[in-house]
Design a protein around this ligand. Structure first.
Ligand code: ADP
Length: 488
């Protein structure tokens, strides 16, 4: 049998490089803020660089919005809300949202390539998951725009007003879609702040809004880092704040909104558990684990970062997992063969490496694949820990990287107890041949989304969100419309 670790290294069995072309990408060297339908320079004149994490090359300069710019953006959103958007019929609003969805599809290849360049995720994922799902979210919500009365029968439905939305870097355009599509469909206007390391597809999205003829001020974009986000949250004229990111920042946002009537939804960290029973189809389960934790370099809040495997199949599962992991190709995100791309930033790479060190210091045993990684850029080889204890930091804290912690269990109740022993509650997974076990586990794990015999499946019709320190509020489905409407 071929040694799987040689497959990615250009042996006779290796894959020839298949890089996606970047010739069609036309990035500007500098991007302003998008306020009232136009790109405008920031009041401070300050810009920051966004780089490609796979080679550390600068892709573009992006404006840093300060309080004045944020204020201008919120005022533009307020004006558009009062004068145009709230008065428009749902049917008319829906047309714009459909148009945005169609332009995302038309520009899908460009968006996918830019997503992989700015964020480091493999092109296969941005091409097959991020961008199609982003379009799907706009299509889905466009359909609701004139049917809100059916979503909430017997109630009078009106928009909330101006929404301030802050998103992270793990799914840059998809998070734009999750936030902006329901807001616009329900008649709200938006000021969005993307993450500082992945602003480019949000900027292209602003161009798409122009192309769709969206009325000026309905969608506004302020780029910048944490200070820009904090300035947005602090703005007194917001009716609604939606945030996806770390639990730490989520708590700070909740504090800063205390005693204000601003509506808030938070989608925060996670520490999802996979539970594998001895009767599961183990090859399928291993495939699911690999997808659950190594998908998008583990930069997924619902990543299956804890694995509980029934003791009787532990050895077999670990052997299969190691063999499968050795076949994973780590490298150029733009290569269509790549399974694992670059870590999004130096800071995140350092943080993951800190956890790898902490895990070893705590006494856990580290396994990493033998693949080589490029010299430049930020990379972490797929990794897992065995011999871990519930109290270990690698089990309790969110690492947000391709690192899995493996533990064993004997009984279903023990598995549930261990799986629930976390401050988070975003997602989970169960692998078994028995329907009764699926029901027991899905009822027993306190998490917003639980997958059975699969993992990381997303759909705009399905609500997503957490319990406990994973936040509150739902995105997607009919539940996801609620934060963007007033019901009377
Ligand atoms: P992550 O750990 O995933 O980077 P963060 O919570 O740090 O998550 O960042 C998520 C988003 O929140 C980013 O757009 C970031 O710029 C923004 N952000 C960071 N700090 C603050 C803050 N104090 N107030 C508002 N937004 C913030």
């Amino acid at each position: 049998m071929t040694d799987p670790s040689t497959i990615s290294k250009g042996s006779d069995w290796g894959y020839a490089p298949a890089p996606e072309s970047t010739d069609h990408i036309r990035l500007k060297s500098r991007y302003g803020l998008f306020i009232e339908g136009k790109f405008t320079p920031p009041a401070s004149g300050k810009y920051f660089q966004t780089i490609n994490p796979a080679n550390e090359k600068v892709l573009a300069e992006v404006a840093e919005a300060g309080e004045k710019d944020v204020d201008r953006a919120v005022q533009a959103a307020r004006k558009a809300y009062d004068k145009v958007w709230r008065k428009m019929s749902g049917r008319e609003r829906g047309k714009y949202v459909y148009r945005i969805a169609r332009i995302i599809q038309e520009r899908a290849r460009e968006l996918a390539v830019v997503e992989s360049m700015d964020g480091g995720k493999p092109i296969r994922e941005s091409r097959d998951i991020d961008i199609p799902l982003s379009a799907a979210h706009f299509f889905y919500h466009a359909g609701w725009a004139d049917k809100l009365a059916y979503a909430f029968p017997g109630r009078k439905v009106s928009p909330v007003g101006v929404a301030g939305q802050i998103i992270p870097w793990n799914f840059p355009l998809l998070m734009v879609a999750w936030k902006v599509a329901p807001a616009l469909a329900c008649g709200n206007t938006v000021v969005l702040k993307p993450a500082e390391t992945t602003p480019l597809t949000a900027l292209l999205f602003a161009e798409i809004c122009q192309e769709a003829g969206l009325p000026d001020g309905v969608f506004n974009l302020v780029t910048g880092a944490g200070a820009t986000g904090a300035a947005l949250v602090k703005h007194p004229d917001l009716d609604k704040v939606a945030f996806t990111g770390s639990t730490e920042v989520g708590k700070a946002i909740q504090k800063s909104l205390a005693a204000r009537g601003t509506k808030l939804t938070l989608e925060l960290g996670g520490k999802a558990a996979h539970i594998i029973f001895e009767d599961a189809t183990l090859d399928q389960a291993v495939e699911g684990i690999v997808n659950g934790i190594y998908f998008n370099q583990g930069h997924v809040c619902c990543a299956g970062s804890r694995l509980f495997v029934q003791e009787s199949v532990e050895e077999e599962v670990i052997a299969k997992l190691k063999a499968r992991m050795e076949t994973l190709i780590v490298g150029d995100p733009l290569d269509k063969n790549t399974d694992i791309g670059a870590i999004n930033s130096r800071a995140q790479c350092d943080r993951i490496n800190d956890y790898l060190r902490i895990g070893v210091e705590e006494g856990a045993e580290l396994f990493q694949t033998r693949c080589t990684v490029p010299g430049k850029g930020f990379w972490v080889r797929p990794s897992f820990f065995t011999k871990v204890a519930q109290s270990h930091r690698i089990v309790q804290e969110e690492i947000f990287g391709p690192v899995l912690a493996i533990q064993t269990f004997r009984t279903l109740n023990e598995a549930l107890e261990k799986a629930n022993n976390t401050p988070y509650g975003l997602s989970g997974g169960v692998w078994t041949d028995k329907g009764s076990k699926i029901f027991k586990v899905t009822r027993g794990i306190r998490a917003g989304v639980i997958w059975a015999n699969t993992f990381n499946k997303f759909d705009p019709t399905s609500p997503f969100g957490g319990y406990k320190e994973s936040g509150y509020g739902r995105e997607g489905g009919r539940h996801g419309l609620k934060p963007y409407v007033e019901l009377s």
